[in-house]
Design a binder for this molecule. Structure first.
Ligand SMILES: *Cc1c(COP(=O)(O)O)cnc(C)c1O
Length: 346
């Protein structure tokens, strides 16, 4: 615990997180629903996210790398997968058995086999050309004799209605019965909404757990989880004709009440919000004025006479709308949130 609270915080709605997982679990039909908690739980905090979802009944968790897995080791999760497989330097940790690598190259499969590794997962490439062994590798026997828990592939365009989705699904389905894998898993958040033939045995949502909405099927059910808030450091009156902030990009058309908030681009509130972002106090909309600074932000508070130094202001951060306004992806909006926030679960 830091000896003093930070002047900016992420208010994190634990009920919404769990409700989102339950909704995705229901949409996954007979498949189990896991949770991608890589990148420190998409910026929310992997330990806290994992604890809440495990209590709700989630059993399968996914991180990117072994240092992320190590941070969750003491939680003794029923199933933890390292999506980026296993490098030579990861082997001592990987053989300890608290997480499984998703073997994703021929060299990784050999490394695992030669070390006598136990149960593993395997990533197969069905067209994304990112990580994974090829379908031909599988059919030519590369995996024979391995103890495979989950055979995985990953959709390149799950958030779009394009023929590539069905091509990837069919290629993956063609591997049924070709390995000794206990389970098969294809769908991320958006993939869950593509239909039952994308669910296989296990789904792997990430962004939708945290409030991301990429398709109409999710819009009705997925709730916002992350609410950035910043404290007012100073309130001032800017006279008509005066300007606010770096490069004087905003000029007061009339006398204007301005609040200076303790948040800036070093916190992930990037310069693309300059003149475009918004905040709110109750129902009142407070526009961002001028440039976002490294650590500071100006908002107009003409409509909020009661707001004073020390009060907290909520930034507008509903993910689909904020992505559209800023040009950032919903993923970047979450994972860019920096370390200076206190992360407070409500
Ligand atoms: C990140 C990731 C996911 C989760 O994707 P979302 O789009 O956030 O739902 C699932 N599977 C793999 C392999 C991933 O890398």
């Amino acid at each position: 615990m830091s000896p003093v609270s930070a002047p900016l915080r992420l208010s994190l709605d634990g009920d919404a997180l769990v409700a989102n997982w339950r909704a995705l679990d229901a949409m996954s039909g007979s498949a189990s629903c896991g949770a991608a908690v890589k990148a420190d739980g998409y910026g929310l905090g992997a330990a806290e996210v994992t604890q809440r979802l495990a209590e709700a009944g989630c059993r399968d968790f996914f991180v990117a790398s072994w240092n992320e897995a190590l941070a969750l080791r003491e939680r003794e999760l029923p199933s933890l997968t390292v999506l980026h497989g296993v490098r030579a330097e990861d082997m001592p940790l990987a053989l300890a058995g608290f997480a499984r690598p998703a073997l994703s190259s021929v060299a990784q499969v050999r490394r695992w086999r030669e070390a006598g590794g136990g149960a593993c997962d395997v990533m197969v490439d069905t067209g994304m050309n990112r990580l994974g062994i090829s379908i031909d590798d599988v059919t030519s026997g590369l995996l024979d004799g391995l103890t495979i828990d989950t055979l995985m592939s990953h959709l390149a365009c799950a958030d779009e209605d394009v023929p590539m989705n069905a091509r990837q699904r069919d290629a993956f389905a063609g591997l049924r019965g070709r390995t000794g894998a206990r389970r098969m898993s294809l769908a991320n958040s958006a993939g869950i909404a593509l239909g039952a033939d994308y669910h296989f045995d296990l789904t792997r949502p990430g962004i939708a757990l945290y409030g991301g909405i990429q398709c109409a099927a999710h819009a009705a059910q997925i709730r916002q989880v992350v609410f950035p808030q910043a404290q007012i450091l100073q309130r001032r009156r800017v006279k008509v004709g005066e300007t606010v902030g770096y490069n004087a990009t905003w000029t007061a058309a009339e006398d204007t009440e301005v609040a200076i908030l303790n948040i800036g681009y070093a916190d992930g509130y990037l310069r693309c919000f300059s003149g475009k972002g918004g905040a709110h106090s109750g129902d009142r909309r407070l526009p961002v004025l001028g440039r976002v600074s490294m650590d500071l932000l100006a908002v107009g508070v003409d409509d909020a006479a009661e707001l004073a130094e020390g009060d907290w202001i909520g930034l507008d951060y509903a993910l689909p709308e904020t992505a559209a306004r800023s040009g950032l992806s919903q993923y970047e909006l979450l994972t860019g949130l920096g370390q200076r926030f206190d992360r407070v679960w409500i």
